[in-house]
Structure formats: C-alpha cells, structure tokens
Design a protein around this ligand. Structure first.
Ligand code: SF4
Length: 340
C-alpha cells in the first residue's frame, strides 16, 4: 500500500514502456561470472560475434516498427578494436539520428578504457559520446557487497568502480539507469546496503532516471549458485515495493518483464512499479540463463497488460519522458520531464 501510494504520487496513474530493440553484439567475455550463462570463450560452441553490417541490418529492420532506442550490451571482448566500437556507433547514428543509443555497462566501459581504447575512463566516455552514445546502461551492479561479488562475479569491478563510471557519466551531463541482481546468496542487509549506495550517488548527481531490479535466474547456475531457488512471485513483489519506498530520490521503478514474466510485471504495477521496460525485440542474456519468457513483446501486448491493471499506458523515451503517438516528447505533461 505504501509503495503504491508513493508510486502514484510520483507518476500518477501512468505506466510507461519503451519501444526498443536489444542487440547483444557478442557474448565473448574475458570474465566468467558465476551467475552468467550468456558469456562464452572464443572456442566455445555457443560463442557469437556479430559483424557491424549484421547489427546495422537488424536495427534497420526494426526502424519501420518505430523503435526509439537501441539497447546494446555484450561481453568483455578481448580483441574487438576501438575503431570497431566507434564505427558501430557512428553507423547506428547515421542510420537514424533520432534513435537513442543506450549501450555498455560500467564494466564494459572500464574494459574499453583500460584494454581497448587505453584512455582514461572520462575520455573513453567522451569518445563514445562523440561517436553517438546516448546513455550507458545500468547492468553489472549485481550486489555491491565485496564478499558477495567475490563469490558470484570475481574479477568484476568493485562497487566504487561501478559507481565512479556512473558518477563520471552524470557529471558529463549524461543519464543512466541502475540495477540490482538479487535473490541469490545475498542477505537482506546486503540488498539494503546496495540500495543505500545507489541512493547516495543519486543524492549527489541526480543522474539515475530509473531503477531496474532483476531476480536471479537459477536454471543454468552451478557452483556456489547451484540449488538456489528462483525468488517467489511474492518475494519479487515485496522487493519491488521496498525498492519504491527506499529509493525515494529515483523517479521511476521498472519491472523487467523478461525476468518477472508479463503477468507478474502487470501485477507489480500496484506494488510500486510505474514502467514495464520495453518491447525488447530479442533478449539473449536471461534467455540463455534459462528464462522461459518470450524474447519480445508487442506494443499492443504491453498496452493491454497496463490497461488491464487499471493504469494508463504511455510510450516513453530513454529518459522516461512521455511520447505522443508520433514518437515526439509529449509536452502536455511537463511534470514528466525530469531529465530534460
Ligand atoms: S556478466 Fe558480463 S562480465 Fe560477467 S561473464 Fe557475463 S558477460 Fe562477462
């Protein structure tokens, strides 16, 4: 009830979604996070790496559907060159200058800076932005506690390093989302401490547009994560409600339907959530981890789910600003323009 009241104070009866296209450009990664069924080494049978032409062709194919965002993440690829990344961004921007390019997690940015671009992180972010990067993604935060990180994603950046990339991006005027991967070996206190660190950075920069928690997908897990049961529907709803109450300075709370499933995401619209993420058009990371939800949703399906829950569906842009039917920012609701 409290989460729902707060959600309605912040976002009224609206529930948003974005019309986007996911691209996982490669799953080849130098790390081996224990929870990750997506990553592969080059020699592995399930390793993949798309050519720029293939990515451009996939995005070009989605443009007639009037997507407003391409969302692109991959593994920490050991050999793709700086020019490959910049060429990809430039060609995506040339394809449609209005298309928002949301790409790269904080650990990808650090990997590009240190191993590929060999530049300071700020210069790397500036170079990526000049080539077309619109926002960085919120992935890779997992749980900030160092003991948990050591067990589930050894070798990944620390909490401070994750927060520093986002701080830098926000100081440059950029915006990003933030995430939490919960429901594995973390304690409730470690979850709250994760939220605290996000809230403190938000107090400092106001650069986070939305929070996107994911429940751990256990189907393919092994080692320290073997035998962990998927967070129950009740646990996921309770987590979302606490997130809404605790993260009082982050305006939007997204239910990632790929993880929750659309029916539970629909219910979550009364537990603090005001956003159902997007159409996605081909999700690979949760799918390879064993998720049985579809890899995409249509606009009609998302709007139907929102209406059925008694909310008013509104298409949004990458900054959660309401769009009118023509894909333009709807200025009749200036209250929503928190990131303009
Ligand atoms: S979570 Fe990211 S960094 Fe970790 S193994 Fe998977 S792709 Fe690599």
């Amino acid at each position: 009830m409290i989460a729902n009241i707060l959600r309605e104070r912040k976002n009224g009866n609206y529930a948003t979604y974005i019309h986007n296209r996911y691209i996982n450009y490669s799953n080849i990664c130098i790390l081996s996070c224990q929870f990750c069924a997506f990553a592969a080494k080059k020699r592995d049978g399930h390793a993949f790496e798309y050519a720029i032409d293939e990515i451009i062709s996939a995005v070009r194919g989605a443009l007639p559907l009037r997507i407003t965002e391409v969302h692109m993440v991959g593994g920490l690829h050991p050999t793709l060159k700086k020019e490959w990344y910049l060429d990809l961004l430039r060609r995506l921007r040339a394809l449609d200058p209005q298309l928002h390019i949301k790409a790269f997690t904080a650990i990808e940015v650090r990997h590009l800076a240190q191993r590929i671009f060999r530049m300071p992180i700020r210069n790397t972010l500036e170079t990526l932005r000049e080539a077309g990067l619109g926002s960085i993604t919120g992935g890779g935060a997992e749980i900030f506690d160092p003991g948990v990180r050591d067990q589930v994603c050894r070798g990944k950046e620390t909490a401070d390093e994750w927060l520093d990339v986002h701080r830098m991006w926000h100081e440059m005027g950029g915006r990003s989302t933030c995430t939490m991967l919960y429901g594995h070996i973390e304690t409730p206190a470690q979850r709250v401490d994760h939220l605290r660190q996000l809230r403190e950075l938000q107090d400092e920069t106001l650069g986070f547009t939305g929070f996107v928690p994911f429940a751990f997908e256990p189907s393919q897990s092994h080692g320290v994560l073997a035998n962990i049961k998927r967070a129950s529907a009740f646990e996921q709803l309770r987590n979302l409600a606490v997130n809404r109450i605790y993260l009082d300075n982050i305006e939007h709370l997204t239910a990632y339907w790929v993880s929750l499933g659309l029916p539970l995401a629909q219910v979550s619209l009364n537990y603090g959530v005001d956003d159902l993420h997007g159409t996605i058009l081909e999700e690979k990371i949760f799918y390879m981890a064993g998720a049985t939800t579809p890899q995409q949703q249509t606009v009609a399906a998302l709007e139907h789910a929102i209406r059925e829950a008694g909310r008013v569906p509104v298409q949004r842009d990458s900054y959660y600003r309401h769009l009118n039917g023509a894909g333009r920012i709807d200025r009749s609701d200036e209250r929503e323009l928190i990131c303009a």
